[in-house]
Design a protein around this ligand. Sequence first.
Ligand SMILES: Cc1cc2nc3c(=O)[nH]c(=O)nc-3n(C[C@H](O)[C@H](O)[C@H](O)COP(=O)(O)OP(=O)(O)OC[C@H]3O[C@@H](n4cnc5c(N)ncnc54)[C@H](O)[C@@H]3O)c2cc1C
Length: 363
Amino acid sequence: MAVGTDLTSDVRRRTSDSLKIGIAGAGLLGRLLAWKLLRQGHRVSIFDRGSRAAELSAAKVAASMLAPYSEVVSAERCVFDWGRMALSWWPQELAALKELTGEHIDFAVEGSVVVAHELDKSSLNHFEQQLRSKVADCEHNIERIDQRRLADLEPELAERYRGGLFLAEEGYLDNGALLSALEMAISQLGGEWHEYSDVQYVEAGKIVLENQTYEFDWAIDSRGMGAKNQLPNLRGVRGEVLWIHAPEVNLRRPVRLMHPRYKLYISPRSGNRYVIGATEIESESMKPVTVRSSLELMSALYSVHSGFAEATLLHAYAHCRPAMPNNLPEIKCTKGVLVVNGLYRHGYLLSPYVVETALEMLE
Ligand SMILES: Cc1cc2nc3c(=O)[nH]c(=O)nc-3n(C[C@H](O)[C@H](O)[C@H](O)COP(=O)(O)OP(=O)(O)OC[C@H]3O[C@@H](n4cnc5c(N)ncnc54)[C@H](O)[C@@H]3O)c2cc1C
């Protein structure tokens, strides 16, 4: 599909004003920026040290929940405000991606459910108090639910829990499908892929590989943890997730289990698949998932729903979330170079805000 054909009516034709833009890092931010810039009619080259499958990115590993309420409890208020913008941004972008590539990407904002075992009710109460104090102006979207309401929302949870919280403005998207649709769209719009290209550094108008330097009007550094050599304050926060197939479990919405030691989350995918996570470790280790983490995750999981006992383990992934000291995104633009990083545990929630802000800066 050439740029400017009528399938994507809003794709601008390339003109003499089109810029030549190089992007280092084809994870979440790199792909989203490439997609938006190509649609604006620019010429984009995108470099990654892995393949187009994004297997080295944090984006591929993520649970990709869109949870502005749950996240603001331990974050600054701006994470909530920027995150809520994502709930209307994603449907537009996913529709445009589908129009171009034909790929459907699961996305739902039908709320999330937070539960706790009777013994851990104080953790749930504390979470609710903190949440209500942080977003008092949106309290109407925080609902304390009893067992009957839980049975309406998630019938299989009502067998074990007497109630919990329902957060109406939360959801998730299918990150694997998104990353692969973006890869297709970038190729279809004429983006130039440089796979297995380890970028040494990025400077004004230049992307420097070991044996070659590429020149652009603008160079964008979106290497996530890979940009640590140029962002000394960047740190990694390790997370581990299990991808499982549980034919006996039918949950529609993301579920969080409040627990004094670890807060388990379950993010649904199509076909009774679920992404399970909990860990957040101040470590930059990328070693595979440990036995201790998987035991903790799996026993907490089994405590949520006995149907998980017969589930099969599809993948166990570990990666590091790229974080700045204040755990907020960094968007820095100086002549010829744009740096975007620090999405921490909010990549899918905050990338819409970061991408739109970065595009404004480029303009
Ligand atoms: C376990 C876990 C669970 C998560 N769950 C959620 C969630 O539920 N909701 C949510 O919103 N966010 C979640 N996140 C956070 C989200 O995944 C990240 O914030 C997001 O992926 C960061 O995007 P990025 O583009 O900056 O980095 P990445 O997605 O990591 O992409 C960086 C890319 O740069 C490439 N690269 C690195 N170094 C180089 C180099 N030298 N040369 C060339 N290429 C290079 C990498 O290969 C990679 O493809 C989670 C993260 C983890 C680890």
